[in-house]
Ligand binder design. Structure first.
Ligand code: ADP
Ligand code: ZN
Length: 209
């Protein structure tokens, strides 16, 4: 099963993808998480990506395409995978189409105002990358999974969030029409409670397997 979660920042792509990954035993390929790892480790991709990521801009297509091509070629992707955060431009989608045929595209939709609220309250574990929201943390400052300190991502700062939204509308939103045309896209309301969203996804996947 080759799945894609499409949608603006903060729509819940990563959260939904993590649940589906666990349930179906296929890896979640989150390009944002891969880039943050690379930045932390100081690899050449990380160094190249940092200036873009920190400002909420997109990392150049050629960097991302090569990164995803390599990742998908790993043995753990043989039984399928979930893409989360890639493609983000039509050029990336066209390149992906040359080496991979997706089964289902979930398009998460959400209002801009809700996005700003979600992202400003988002905290990530600096060690393992797990994400949380302040409204559900009850003041806790450490990761439930590994105990690492929870931090505000630099690109979740309010002014950068507005940047990312503008980038989304300009560069990524055209992908909705691109994938709509394949007949494999299904809309998913990002404002739904998490378990309702997951139920909807499971229903759709029933008919694919
Ligand atoms: P979110 O979905 O919350 O916006 P991500 O973790 O997916 O955040 O991505 C964080 C940042 O990483 C993006 O703002 C961008 O700079 C970079 N990035 C991730 N995926 C891509 C991609 N496919 N193409 C270009 N840049 C990307
Ligand atoms: Zn952690």
């Amino acid at each position: 099963m080759k799945l894609l979660f499409l949608g603006p920042p903060g729509a819940g792509k990563g959260t939904q993808a993590a649940i589906v990954s666990e349930r179906y035993g296929i890896p979640q390929i989150s390009t944002g998480a891969i880039l943050r790892e690379a930045m932390k480790a100081g690899t050449s991709v990380g160094l190249r990506a940092k200036e873009y990521v920190d400002q909420g801009q997109l990392v150049p297509d050629e960097v991302m395409i090569e990164l995803v091509r390599d990742r998908i070629a790993q043995p753990d992707c043989e039984g399928g995978f979930i893409l989360d955060g890639f493609p983000r431009t039509v050029a990336q989608a066209e390149a992906l189409g040359e080496f991979c045929e997706l089964d289902v595209i979930f398009n998460l939709t959400i209002q801009d105002e809700a996005i700003v609220k979600r992202l400003s309250g988002r905290r990530v574990c600096g060690d393992c990358g797990a994400t949380y929201h302040t409204s559900r943390l009850g003041g806790r400052l450490n990761c439930e999974q590994c105990g690492g300190a929870l931090i505000l991502r630099k690109d979740d700062a309010p002014e950068t969030v507005l940047n990312r939204l503008a980038v989304y509308h300009k560069q990524t939103a055209p992908l909705e029409a691109y994938y709509e045309a394949t007949g494999k896209m299904t809309a998913l309301d990002g404002a739904l409670a998490l378990d309702e969203g997951v139920r909807h996804i499971a229903n759709v996947l029933e008919n694919v397997r």
